[in-house]
Ligand binder design. Structure first.
Ligand code: BGC
Length: 330
């Protein structure tokens, strides 16, 4: 091999190395999406809080972030929004650990199922970093407070919607966010709790959407294919409603099912106004974000007397939206 071909091989080697190195940095960044758009210099802020979301670009979590950033701005707090790019409990736990190592003044996080979360909250507490759960609570952990929906109650609201707005035998298909998300489990328990006294209503299938619209579409499609007898569909996380509509459109466009979604993202409200979804269970994500920062701020000077701060949740139907448009408060 002459000198030029040796240098060529060497050059290709260097290029390949650079490509894989850049790829590693890029995908590493994408996996642990960290946003530090807050440009405050360290001496300009009072506290540094971390907000750990279930999934970075999810519209529902963006509303929590928005509320949290509003409160942070008012109190000169540096709020860092961090989240896995795709919902993943393991990655969230790693982020939690990283925020402890970064010695933030407080961690606001979605509660995560399992002992590892309990251990990590214990570790934060031992190091003097208070943890507040938002959106999903893990009561058995040493978290100082929870801010968010009473998820069992929200599930009961879903069940009551079916009880109150349908008649005769109902075969229900449930699209749920993730089986390993505690708030989804609690919503399902609440739903089952109220329908157990109504034998005319039966759950025939429960499928995961992985908190994505396409996941909800697929879940709905396969559920309706497997159980064409389904008469009602309910979704228990924010993007399930529009996925359900799409899934139904694909497999049985002329079928009229009773459908209840979750959350009040604009697309869901639009579908209610178009009468393609019958109702949705509202949550208050912006308020959750805002209040969780205020609660965390109070925790900087000592423990609180209260440790559960439930935000509002209720059934919203077309007439509620129309009344709101006309400026009438119901
Ligand atoms: C849940 C969140 C979830 C989101 C997914 C909401 O209903 O409260 O935990 O991340 O849906 O889109």
């Amino acid at each position: 091999m002459n000198l030029t071909s040796k240098s060529l091989i060497y050059l290709i080697g260097v290029i390949l190395f650079l490509i894989s190195f850049i790829g590693m940095i890029y995908f590493g960044y994408k996996t642990f999406y960290i946003e530090a758009e807050n440009n405050m210099a360290p001496q300009e802020y009072t506290y540094h809080f971390a907000l750990i979301a279930e999934e970075s670009a999810n519209d529902y979590w963006r509303l929590i972030e928005q509320g949290a950033k509003e409160a942070a701005k008012e109190h000169d707090i540096y709020l860092e929004y961090v989240a896995p790019q795709k919902a993943d409990n393991d990655e969230m736990l790693k982020l939690l650990d990283r925020m402890i190592s970064a010695q933030v003044d407080g961690i606001i996080t979605q509660g995560i199922e399992g002992d590892r979360f309990i251990d990590i909250v214990h570790k934060a507490t031992e190091r003097g970093i208070p943890v507040v759960t938002v959106d999903t609570d893990i009561k058995s952990s040493e978290r100082k407070a929870y801010v968010g929906t009473d998820n069992f109650y929200a599930g009961q609201l879903l069940g009551n919607a079916i009880i109150d707005h349908t008649s005769g035998e109902q075969y229900v298909g449930v699209v749920t966010g993730r089986f390993d998300a505690v708030n989804q489990q609690e919503r399902l328990e609440g739903l089952k709790d109220v329908i157990k006294d109504h034998p005319r209503i039966q759950i025939v299938s429960i499928k995961e959407s992985n908190i994505t619209e396409v996941g909800a579409t697929q879940a709905t499609y396969s559920m309706l294919k497997e159980y064409p007898s389904i008469t009602a569909l309910v979704g228990t996380s924010a993007l399930d409603g529009f996925g359900m509509v799409e899934g139904l459109r694909e497999i049985a466009p002329n079928k009229d099912l009773y459908m209840v979604a979750f959350d009040v993202l604009p697309e869901t409200l639009q579908l209610i106004l178009q009468e393609r979804i019958d109702g949705t269970i509202s949550q208050a994500p912006k308020e959750m974000g805002y209040s969780s920062v205020e609660v965390m701020l109070d925790l900087q000077t000592g423990d609180l007397l209260k440790n559960e701060f439930f935000t509002e949740t209720k059934l919203i139907q077309k007439h509620d939206l129309e009344a709101e448009e006309n400026g009438v408060r119901r």
